[in-house]
Design a protein around this ligand. Structure first.
Ligand SMILES: C=C(O[C@@H]1C=C(C(=O)O)C=C[C@H]1O)C(=O)O
Length: 360
């Protein structure tokens, strides 16, 4: 599959002057609940009304969705509000029912994207559809698996495509429910700049207070749209209560978000930018030069260790370096997270260099 402008035709055709917005409850609970939220979202920036009909839950025993019955409620949403509708499908049967109910946008969830069997089954069931189909990232940070999902759909002649970034599971405790790993989405944009990219700040955040911040970061990184879970009574929602916002909050979030343009033609801005970028180029070259020199010293240490039959890894020395560098970094405004990541990568490269010498 190649990048092509065609991938974003469905989005361009909407002619929006704001990011695409997909909003609605995490789960459809009752007909009344679905219609009430839909009417509250009707005259806002919302383009697609979402509601989960089949809910994949991590553990059994939780509310698993109202099932096909909820599709009738989505039909009513369309009739009564004119909003397009969206839901998640996780197997061929869901696809068949959702297409029958004329749902306008279908997405494949993170737990389905991990399974090529399931994605293929869904792609086969959707063959040639003119519905919009979006693929959420797999739960693990695997770009190939994510793109593989898109490619399977593309091969099934589905051309109105896009991706949803909902973050990645992690064992570590972080402020996020699912860590964003923005680099992965940036890499995806580099490969497929015209594939519509939607952020799901609700699942990245896991709590409503973080949603604005995550949404702004997404827009700063050129995302095309947002999927935000919305409920009139979030605290009493039957699923994902902590991360849903009220329709009023959603409107406020959309109002407060700054939509950045890709560039600015003004000469003064461009001159200054070019000057600063020239500085960055010089600094980047010196970083690479310094790292090359560091590895040459590591090579010499490797040769010494080889002579004396000493192990490559020296944990005590390594921990001293890490501790010192975190302190040094702090004084220069570098976060501990960044310093750790960078020095772990440097250490690994140093080990690789020494290993090569010890094994030669
Ligand atoms: C270079 C050495 O080998 C390893 C690599 C280190 C580094 O790159 O700084 C530090 C400790 C060792 O784990 C060393 O022993 O000093």
């Amino acid at each position: 599959m190649e990048n092509s402008k065609e991938l974003r035709t469905w989005l361009d055709d909407l002619g929006l002057d704001h990011p695409l917005v997909i909003a609605g409850p995490c789960s459809a609970e009752t007909e009344e609940q679905v219609l009430k939220i839909a009417h509250q979202l009707k005259d806002t920036d919302v383009n697609y009304f979402r509601a989960g009909i089949w809910k994949p839950r991590t553990r059994p025993g939780n509310f698993e969705g109202v099932g096909a019955l909820g599709l009738n409620w989505l039909k009513k949403v369309k009739e009564e509000t004119g909003m397009k509708t969206a839901t998640e499908v996780a197997n061929a049967n869901h696809v068949e029912l959702a297409l029958e109910a004329d749902v306008d946008l279908l997405w494949i969830g993170a737990r389905s994207t991990v399974s090529p069997f399931i994605v293929q089954e869904i792609a086969d069931a959707l063959q040639g559809t003119d519905k919009v189909v979006l693929v959420k990232n797999p739960v693990n940070p695997d770009l190939s698996l994510w793109l593989g999902g898109i490619e399977r759909l593309y091969k099934s002649d589905i051309k109105r495509l896009g991706v949803i970034h909902r973050g990645f599971s992690t064992y570590e405790k972080t402020k996020y429910r699912n860590i964003p790993e923005w680099q992965l989405a940036i890499e995806l944009q580099n490969k497929f700049p015209d594939l519509p990219l939607i952020c799901d700040p609700s699942h990245i955040s896991g709590k409503r207070d973080l949603i604005f911040d995550v949404s702004q970061t997404a827009l700063d990184l050129n995302y095309d749209g947002l999927m935000i879970e919305t409920h009139f009574d979030p605290d009493n929602a039957w699923s994902d209560a902590a991360q849903q916002v009220t329709p009023e909050s959603l409107v406020q979030i959309m109002k407060d978000l700054k939509i950045r343009k890709e560039t600015d033609a003004e000469a003064e801005y461009n001159n200054k930018l070019n000057q600063l970028r020239a500085q960055i180029d010089v600094i980047d070259n010196s970083i690479i030069d310094t790292l090359g020199k560091r590895m040459k010293v590591a090579d010499e240490i490797g040769a010494l260790k080889k002579q004396k039959n000493v192990a490559v890894l020296q944990s005590k020395r390594w921990n001293e370096i890490l501790g010192n560098m975190i302190l040094e970094g702090e004084q220069r405004g570098l976060s501990e997270e960044f310093v750790l990541k960078m020095f772990k990568a440097i250490h690994q490269e140093s080990i690789n260099h020494q290993e090569k010498i010890l094994k030669s």
